[in-house]
Design a protein around this ligand. Structure first.
Ligand code: 4AD
Ligand code: MG
Length: 431
């Protein structure tokens, strides 16, 4: 029995006879030779079946193959500098596991709704495969960065009794005879974990019942939430920019093939080098007003505002110290200016908007209690969270990195729907 080899490793088997197990992506054939574009998920390779080199049966089979038929192809690996993979497979034998009929996604153009309805098949295409590969490398880079810096992964619950980011977009569910919600953010639990383990991070799905149909919103998205004891707002920003720089560097190193396959503007990505500019909310308002926007101090930014701000920079930019009145209850006020909080949003360049939201947290029990009252939050539900300020409270900070927005920016995508294998959108729960 011949050894089967992944397409990405074929370069290590020049002049050997191997078996490739995969699917037919495309085919061209003349009366004398069939060119089979094969894919196995790890890459693409051209198989060449020449009429003079194979049996009549095999040649007939090769010319009758249809898109997405599953195959075992035996052949000799030969060097081919013109091929993107650097090799070609000279076909000797073919085994068809399943002959596909009428594969719905043809090389012609399809509408987005059609493609989303066929997402389970759409992910086989070279562009979608590349995006999912880059997503996986981004996850790897994040874990590597945090693990190397003494962070411990801690998993917060997904079913929760109360909200973290406000009650308007909670997903309600039934927990036996009680009400429960799908988590919007694991942050409050991560604060508890930081007091137990020092530097922690979570990585998991979060849910927001947001009635927004924009190119940046998903209903279910993945977040990485680092939380750090004995860490100030400024120290947290240093870690955030190092993390982003590390992710970009990792993808540029590991994913050249995929970045090319999706046509990413690579020099634009190479600009993401720390330190990133840090401007205050006040400065951002002034900048927007000078650009002719009618926004006033105290209002939150919308997507057009964020896009206008990043126009002024070629790197990611931090907007710091937002008005206390528009931010979450747990954010620590600036001691010199309590009308603003020690927080920052990191905006990605090229109009991708906020990829990180973070802050220093309130560590004073009395102030936190008064915030619960102001925000009309039920104190009993948060009693455990208050305990963290009763027993060895310390300055601490953390942030949430939205995985899909980060993937959208790094891949240069129009819409977050392509950044996740099976997107959950306002009007989409299928497949
Ligand atoms: O700014 P957010 O709401 O912050 C929090 O949830 C904090 N509790 C995080 C923390 O400090 N531990 O969300 C964080 C990030 C945003 O910057 C954005 O990248 C992403 O999560 N995000 C979304 N991504 C896709 N679809 C949505 N509907 C998103 N909402 C937030
Ligand atoms: Mg935010």
């Amino acid at each position: 029995m011949l050894q089967s080899v992944l397409i990405q490793h074929l370069g290590q088997h020049i002049d050997e006879t191997v078996v490739v197990q995969g699917w037919l992506h495309t085919k061209r054939s003349s009366g004398k030779v069939a060119f089979l574009q094969l894919r196995d998920g790890t890459g693409f390779v051209q198989g060449v079946a020449a009429k003079t080199e194979v049996s009549d049966d095999v040649f007939a089979l090769a010319t009758s193959l249809t898109q997405e038929s599953s195959l075992r192809v035996t052949g000799v690996v030969v060097k081919d500098d013109r091929a993107p993979s650097g090799v070609e497979l000279q076909v000797q034998n073919l085994e068809v596991l399943h002959l596909t009929h009428d594969y719905p996604i043809t090389p012609k153009e399809h509408g987005v709704d059609f493609l989303l309805d066929h997402r389970h098949l759409w992910i086989r295409g070279p562009r979608q495969r590349s995006i999912l590969k880059i997503r996986a490398e981004i996850i790897k880079a994040i874990r590597q960065f945090l693990d190397d810096r003494d962070f411990t992964q801690v998993d917060p619950p997904i079913l929760t009794p109360s909200s973290c980011e406000g009650t308007t977009n909670l997903f309600h569910t039934q927990y036996f005879d009680r009400d429960a919600y799908l988590t919007q953010s694991g942050q409050l639990y991560m604060e508890a974990a930081a007091m137990a383990l020092g530097r922690v991070y979570s990585f998991g799905p979060t849910f927001r019942a947001e009635k927004s149909k924009t190119r940046r919103h998903l209903i279910e998205f993945w977040m990485i939430e680092p939380e750090m004891a004995y860490t100030t707002h400024e120290e947290s920003l240093d870690i955030q920019e190092q993390l982003i720089q590390h992710i970009v560097h990792h993808v540029l190193t590991k994913c050249q093939v995929e970045l090319k396959a999706i046509g990413r503007d690579i020099p634009a990505l190479e600009n993401a080098i720390a330190p990133f500019p840090r401007i205050s909310y006040d400065e951002a308002i002034e900048l927007l007003q000078n650009d002719g926007h009618s926004i006033q101090w105290g209002e939150d930014f919308g997507a057009p505002h964020e896009a206008a701000i990043v126009e002024h920079y070629s790197r990611p930019v931090f907007i710091e110290r937002f008005p206390t009145s528009i931010k979450a209850f747990y954010m620590k006020p600036d001691p010199d200016r309590p009308e603003v909080v020690l927080c920052a949003d990191l905006l990605a360049p090229e109009g991708y908007g906020e990829i990180i939201g973070g802050s220093q947290r309130i560590d004073d029990a009395e102030l936190l209690a008064s915030r619960f009252a102001e925000h009309e939050l039920p104190a009993e539900a948060y009693a455990w969270y208050m305990d963290l300020r009763q027993y060895g409270s310390v300055p601490h900070s953390g942030f949430g990195l939205g995985l899909e927005r980060t993937v959208a920016w790094i891949c240069g995508l129009e819409h977050v729907r392509e950044t996740i294998p099976f997107p959950r959108l306002l009007y989409r729960l299928y497949p």
